[in-house]
Design a binder for this molecule. Structure first.
Ligand code: RNT
Ligand code: ZN
Length: 421
């Protein structure tokens, strides 16, 4: 366990050290505390949802692993989220998918209503967190053809348009109830496994479907619409209808948000570089922070260089007020509560590292053409006493400052998760 007196003492030293570099640690911690990360419900049950229908294919969303203890009901999922949240400093959000509706009996996705999410909204109110929402365009018999909003089958397309319309109403209701705009993010799996002969028509159909879904007006303080593109997926290796360029164009023209998922680009592309480019034309964006290993594998987020670069961009470009940060990964091979805690704590660490960067002198040197100084300071800044500031932040937020959080997860696994069979 952490020595609390030791943490405070180490912090005082670190604070002085950062002050010598012109960095105000108190200000950095204030800014960090103001950022809410949207925790993705789907890490808790391997993107299963609670529709209790025969597992449908479609969408290429597949968690691998069979670690025991996955949530089988919404109550279990909420309990697991409570556990994870208790081990993460700050106040965050919940990102829910439509397939997590609680419907007594069968309600198809085009018939969903706000009341089917009443227990989630009550939970969020009690926890004091905002909610974001996603329509679910996969794992459904009408997604089996590989086409949803861009389907040539009018009945299929209509069903999914209705789903989209229903989900925006639900999201706006959440935003209103919780007093914080809900980001409604559309991702569809549509695409071709093999070489298409017509890339144009599906995109025209998708454009029309989006126009229909987004026609209803809501206040931006309740609802923000976002669109998530992708380079390729399982079963859509050759062509994805909703590509990055497609949605970027759509978002600019229709003033929606654009979602950048860090696993949805060529593996050598860094999403960090895209932030300042797209924010030159868009008011706000959504991030899906993920970790691709060789492909869009959705591994648990770690404190990697790409994550650090992403957070640096948000701070250096002064974009924190315009970027919504959500997590998107699903690993079924490790403890799922731990997966949430690891990914969220790492995201916050990366953000704090960025907030503690001596950005002003770095940018000044760059403007003056002093690239030697820029490189030297960047490297020196890497070994400033960051851990002392992070541990102090955790301590004052009332959560374990070190790996002690793992003991609590292990205890929860023994008491709760292992009893689920
Ligand atoms: C899929 C997208 C999408 C999903 C979630 C479950 O490639 O990343 O965001 O992961 O909607
Ligand atoms: Zn995503």
């Amino acid at each position: 366990m952490t020595d609390t007196a030791g943490v405070s003492k180490a912090y005082e030293g670190a604070k002085q050290r950062y002050a010598d570099c012109g960095v105000d640690t108190e200000r950095a911690l204030e800014r960090l505390a103001a950022v809410a990360i949207s925790l993705h419900c789907w890490q808790g049950d391997d993107v299963g949802g609670f529709e209790h229908t025969a597992a449908a294919s479609g969408g290429g969303i597949q968690a691998t692993g069979n670690y025991p203890g996955k949530a089988r009901t919404a109550d279990e999922l909420r309990a697991d989220l409570d556990k994870a949240i208790s081990l993460i400093p700050g106040t965050h959000r919940l990102n829910l998918h439509a397939m997590y509706a609680e419907t007594a009996g069968r309600v198809d996705r085009n018939q969903l209503q706000p009341e089917h999410f009443g227990a989630w909204i009550d939970w969020a109110k009690a926890a004091g967190v905002g909610m974001d929402f996603n329509p679910t365009y996969f794992a459904h018999p009408l997604a089996d053809s590989g086409f949803t909003l861009s389907s040539r089958d009018e009945a299929v397309r209509r069903f999914w348009v209705e789903h989209g319309i229903a989900c925006r109403r639900i999201a706006a209701h959440m935003g209103e109830q919780l007093g914080s705009a809900s980001v409604h993010n559309i991702w569809i799996p549509d695409g071709f496994k093999d070489l298409p002969a017509d890339r144009r028509r599906p995109r025209e159909i998708l454009q029309r479907s989006l126009d229909e879904i987004l026609a209803e007006r809501f206040e931006r303080r309740h609802l923000l619409d976002s669109l998530e593109g992708k380079l390729f997926g399982i079963g859509s290796e050759s062509y994805v209808v909703g590509s990055h360029e497609f949605y970027l164009g759509y978002a600019v023209r229709n003033r929606t948000l654009l979602c950048l998922d860090t696993g949805h680009f060529h593996p050598t592309e860094e999403v960090a570089d895209k932030i300042s480019a797209v924010l030159a034309f868009l008011d706000e964006i959504l991030l899906h922070v993920s970790r691709g290993v060789r492909w869009d594998s959705d591994h648990v987020v770690i404190l990697s260089d790409p994550l650090r670069h992403l957070m640096q961009e948000l701070v250096r470009g002064d974009y924190l007020g315009r970027v919504h940060i959500g997590l998107d990964y699903f690993d079924a091979s490790i403890n799922r509560v731990a997966a949430w805690v690891i990914g969220t704590r790492c995201t916050l660490k990366a953000l704090l590292l960025a907030l503690l960067e001596p950005t002003a002198p770095l940018q000044r040197m760059e403007a003056e053409g002093d690239y030697t100084g820029r490189l030297a300071l960047l490297e020196e800044a890497k070994t400033l006493p960051f851990p002392a500031v992070w541990e102090y932040y955790c301590q004052r937020s009332g959560v374990p400052a070190d790996a002690g959080w793992l003991d609590e997860v292990r205890q929860y696994e023994r008491d709760v998760l292992r009893k689920r069979t």
